[in-house]
Design a protein around this ligand. Structure first.
Ligand SMILES: N[C@@H](CCC(=O)N[C@@H](CS)C(=O)NCC(=O)O)C(=O)O
Length: 244
């Protein structure tokens, strides 16, 4: 959906064949832009084009992991370029203080840590062999080559036999416990984790689920069948309407 207003932000996002945002980290940035109603334009990059494009913009490489990653932004009014969902969130929060989004909180840190430990690995292993199918051809080749090198086997091997089901069974107690923590927060007021306004942790949960849903509805269902998750996802829906 094109915006009529002059964009203040150029958002560098990850391209897929559905032409919508699906990266969980880019969703965190996009949710902030949508929530704060900041005029922006999206440039979707295929995996192999991320590094040359962002290097050309003059961005310094990441110190660890992949050298160049999305999300990245260009803030047009100040000609500022930034890469990384957290530095971008801090920049947006200080530059656009209206509709504040609390970035850190004790409960947010706990949820983030537990989600990364309990849900992150099992979710990633279910998504990777499916994500490859929503990438354009050059990105498929890049993704398969880099991810298979990282896991040391073909992507499809992650779905061998009942391996996937066993991973979800092993994670179930902790996925349920985290969902109960989300529900407990809601019971204290809600409908968001910190009360009546969203926080960055709500966006992290909603963005991760939106990623799963875009890649594969069945994987999304594996998470939202546990109580707690869908409530956060649903309440963030208004800020996920714009996906491109
Ligand atoms: N810590 C970074 C992680 C960003 C990240 O890993 N992004 C992925 C897309 S989801 C990426 O750009 N990967 C580049 C590659 O695989 O070459 C952040 O939060 O922004």
């Amino acid at each position: 959906m094109a915006t009529q207003t002059t964009p203040e932000i150029i958002l560098y996002d990850l391209a897929c064949t559905k032409n919508v945002c699906f990266s969980p980290v880019v969703w965190c940035t996009r949710l902030m832009l949508n929530y704060k109603q900041i005029p922006y334009k999206t440039i979707f990059l295929e995996f192999p084009d991320i590094e040359p494009t962002l290097k050309e913009l003059g961005l310094a490489p990441n110190e660890s992991g992949h050298k160049y990653t999305v999300p990245a932004i260009h803030h047009v009014p100040t000609d500022t370029h930034l890469m990384g969902s957290l530095p971008i969130a801090e920049f947006l929060e200080s530059t656009y203080p209206d509709h504040p989004v609390p970035l850190t909180s004790e409960v947010g840190r706990e949820i983030g840590t537990r989600a990364r430990a309990a849900v992150g690995p099992v979710l990633t292993k279910s998504l990777m062999p499916r994500e490859v199918h929503i990438l354009p051809p050059r990105a498929q080749e890049y993704f398969r080559r880099t991810r298979e090198a990282a896991i040391g086997r073909p992507l499809e091997a992650l779905l061998d036999g009942d391996e996937e089901q066993k991973r979800w069974d092993a994670a179930a107690d902790e996925v349920r416990a985290l969902g109960e923590l989300l529900l407990a927060r809601k019971a204290e007021g809600g409908p968001f984790l910190l009360g009546d306004k969203p926080s960055y942790t709500d966006f992290f949960i909603a963005g991760s689920l939106q990623c799963a849903r875009t890649v594969d509805e069945g994987v999304f269902e594996r998470v939202v069948k546990f109580p707690g998750y869908k409530d956060i996802y649903d309440v963030c829906q208004p800020y996920m309407e714009r996906k491109d």
